[in-house]
Design a protein around this ligand. Structure first.
Ligand code: CP3
Length: 347
């Protein structure tokens, strides 16, 4: 079979819509609390050290790769909130779950006082060092992904002051103070581009932009609130490095997202991949979209059957990467991910 290839090649070929020997696979948030080895590492060092100490970040990145031999890509262990932190707005976890930013970004003065995107590479040097360690360990055996939050998704956490329920503050800012909103988004876009360029220089083969809060945008406002800023970022990245946009709840914007510079669209579980393909055309690769709740099921056969459903839907299509429709939840069973990956490797 002329198409037999290593994991890295398989993944990158799929990003470009080229044929592959099988569907490549990885899982959003594949390093994390569902893995006992991650919980042990976090217990010992704490979350912040896992992010900020390059050796520990590299170890957390590699844990899922060691456990699941069929994973085609590793994703740097880090957090989207490292960019706000690099601009001077740190974060912590709330007791009982969720994010608390160190302060709420609720005035023009605070927005102006944020750090400069030019300082971001120096402040995120730990991420570059972690990526170099991971690359040294992986060699060319797997694809290595860098990532960042979209400017919109970061602004949601920054302006709301953390995880929120109503999202009135960010929506009010965007609607009533468009110039100030644009100034914040411009700074965030340049900071995210600086972070992604740093990760690419340090060895990332592709980058994913998490627009996890895309669905907060009214459809008529998606361009102004989120898409135009991702276009600005994509334009600042080197040609030839695939950009994956995970636009949760916004897959019906597939064509516009492709036009904004994405080579791959991350699709959540509420859409049929075949419908998204029809909207997007063959040029945009798709990534998704198993409901992450399936990995919490007690019956492995149900997991396999759901995975087969997705593979059947995309059978014969180029430009497809298997993933979940959102991040793995802490109560997912590692054996279920193993079963899902086995089903893909056997298909
Ligand atoms: O995918 C990976 O394995 C790489 C690591 C990664 C983390 N966060 C580590 C992490 C990635 C890709 C992220 C992305 C991220 N962080 C997103 C986008 C993806 C998504 O799920 O939509 C968002 C919105 C965040 C912000 C964030 N960080 C949240 C909402 C939380 C959860 C808070 C909670 O109480 O559950 C975090 C914390 C976080 N980031 C954890 C991990 C493994 C869990 C915290 C822990 O281990 O204690």
């Amino acid at each position: 079979m002329g198409l037999r290839s290593g994991a890295r090649e398989r993944f990158l070929s799929a990003c470009l819509g080229a044929p592959t020997d099988r569907v490549p696979a990885w899982a959003m948030r594949q390093a994390g609390r569902y893995l006992p080895e991650y919980r042990a590492l976090k217990e010992k060092y704490g979350f912040s050290a896992l992010v900020h100490e390059p050796e520990l970040a590299a170890e957390a990145t590699l844990q899922p790769i060691r456990r699941f031999s069929e994973l085609d890509a590793a994703i740097l262990f880090n957090d989207i909130l490292s960019v706000p932190e690099a601009l001077g707005q740190g974060y912590a976890f709330r007791d009982g779950g969720g994010i608390a930013m160190d302060f709420t970004l609720d005035s023009a003065e605070k927005i102006r006082a944020l750090g400069s995107p030019e300082d971001v590479p120096a402040r995120l040097d730990f991420a570059a060092r972690a990526l170099r360690l991971v690359r040294a360990e992986l060699g060319g055996s797997r694809a290595l992904l860098g990532f960042a939050g979209s400017p919109w998704t970061l602004a949601v956490y920054m302006v709301e002051g953390g995880s929120a329920r109503q999202f009135a503050k960010i929506k009010r800012l965007a609607a009533e103070e468009p110039a100030l909103f644009d100034a914040l988004m411009e700074k965030l876009s340049d900071a995210v581009a600086a972070s992604l360029n740093l990760q690419i220089s340090a060895g990332a083969d592709a980058v994913q932009i998490f627009d996890s809060w895309a669905a907060l945008c009214p459809a008529a406002e998606y361009e102004r609130l989120s898409l135009r800023w991702m276009r600005r970022i994509a334009a600042a990245l080197p040609v030839g490095v695939p950009v994956i946009v995970f636009a949760k709840g916004m897959a019906h914007f597939a064509r516009e997202i492709a036009d904004a510079g994405a080579q791959v669209l991350g699709v959540d579980w509420t859409r049929r991949l075949s419908d998204v393909r029809r909207i997007a055309g063959p040029r945009l690769a798709l990534q998704g979209n198993l409901d992450p709740a399936v990995l919490c099921f007690s019956d492995e056969r149900a997991v396999r059957s759901r995975v087969r459903g997705i593979l059947d839907e995309m059978r014969g299509e180029r430009g497809f990467i298997f993933n979940l429709g959102h991040g793995i939840s802490p109560d997912a069973k590692p054996e279920n991910l193993a079963a899902a990956l086995d089903e893909i490797a056997a298909a």
